[in-house]
Design a protein around this ligand. Structure first.
Ligand SMILES: [Cu+2]
Length: 348
């Protein structure tokens, strides 16, 4: 709030300065001393370039330092260390270039402001200079792109065989998660099977679907690879879990994937951040409609033993919605009842 007030104050001061300058110019015009106006306004403009540069840099650094903790969250995944290194190296190189070029950009209009004592110099071209400022950025950018690609290939490589597979489906306006259950295979789905209850569109002709379960929270095992199978049911959404340095779009009709290894449990993070109420979360970073802001999914990272215990306590989707047994083909009904732990007594 204070930051906002300061920014508004600066804008107002600049507006007042501009008005004073305008008035001064008009008064000069009235006094018929237009000749002086030229050099006067030049001087003011030249000075304003420097003022603008200094104010902008002060605001930029003040804001960046003040909010550093907001955009540099603790890393909680293995690949996060690599992507953060890439980010900061890129930021360092481009940051230095940005500051140097901005200083030159604003200093030159000041230094070379109009002066009756100076004559403009005709400077057609300089091949050596052109060569340097083409080759140097080309080499630096190529190095950054190659480095970025190698990181991309590492992060986007196929998931290890033992990865926990979890489906995340985005819809307006929430996330649904689905675990493959004890057979470790996600059951098939078909968008035509989606109805008011079967929001995943689970296909019960596929036996892998019988033991799939869909909890309210997303649980992950610490130190083990996890692969998200991501899809969207209606419009574009995007899975964003900043502590894991994870962001992957959820695209209707085009399933995406992302695998990673969580390195800190929720309990570890509560100690590290000193916040006993800390929770990981997944947010949506695609403005997907009017309820976009409510797309928050609680994520809990457990120690592996706790994770296994939690998994064993989850009830398959089919056992919570036994009326969908009717969709199971006759020859698979018995298997469906065993896999989904539906007791025959509950049916009669
Ligand atoms: Cu969304």
């Amino acid at each position: 709030m204070i930051g906002f007030s300061i920014a508004v104050g600066i804008v107002l001061i600049l507006a007042i300065l501009l008005l004073i300058f305008r008035l001064h110019t008009l008064v000069n015009v009235m006094k018929q001393s237009d000749k002086k106006v030229g050099s006067g306004s030049n001087k003011t403009n030249a000075l304003l370039f420097i003022v603008f540069m200094v104010v902008s840099f002060v605001l930029l650094f003040w804001y960046s330092v003040k909010n550093f903790h907001v955009y540099q969250l603790p890393i909680a995944s293995e690949h996060g260390v690599i992507t953060d290194r890439l980010f900061w190296i890129t930021m360092g190189i481009t940051g230095v270039v940005f500051i140097l070029t901005q200083i030159l950009l604003f200093y030159f209009p000041f230094k070379y402001q109009h002066s009756p004592k100076r004559k403009a110099l005709y400077f057609p071209d300089n091949n050596r200079l052109e060569f340097i400022w083409t080759i140097v950025p080309a080499v630096v950018l190529t190095a950054l792109v190659v480095y970025g690609l190698s990181v991309w290939n590492k992060v986007m490589s196929p998931a290890p065989k033992n990865a926990e597979i979890i489906e995340i489906m985005g819809y307006q306006f929430a996330w649904k998660v689905r675990y493959p259950g004890s057979d470790e295979t996600l059951g098939a789905y078909d968008f035509r099977k989606i109805d008011a209850v079967n929001d995943f569109g689970l296909d019960f002709t596929d036996r892998a679907a019988f033991d799939d379960f869909s909890p309210r929270e997303l649980h992950l095992p610490k130190g083990q690879p996890v692969e998200f199978h991501i899809r969207a049911r209606d419009v574009l959404h995007s899975v964003f879990a900043p502590h894991f340095r994870l962001k992957m779009d959820a695209v209707p009709g085009m399933p995406t994937r992302f695998w990673f290894i969580p390195t800190k449990s929720t309990a570890d993070m509560r100690v590290e951040t000193g916040n006993p109420e800390f929770n990981y979360e997944i947010a949506c970073t695609e403005v997907c409609g009017r309820g976009h802001f409510s797309m928050r999914l609680l994520v809990v990272v457990d120690e592996p033993a706790d994770y296994e215990k939690w998994k064993s306590e989850q009830k398959p989707w089919l056992s919570k919605n036994p009326e969908y047994l009717a969709k199971v083909p006759e020859n698979l009904k018995e298997l469906a009842m065993i896999k989904s732990q539906i007791e025959t007594t509950t049916l009669n």
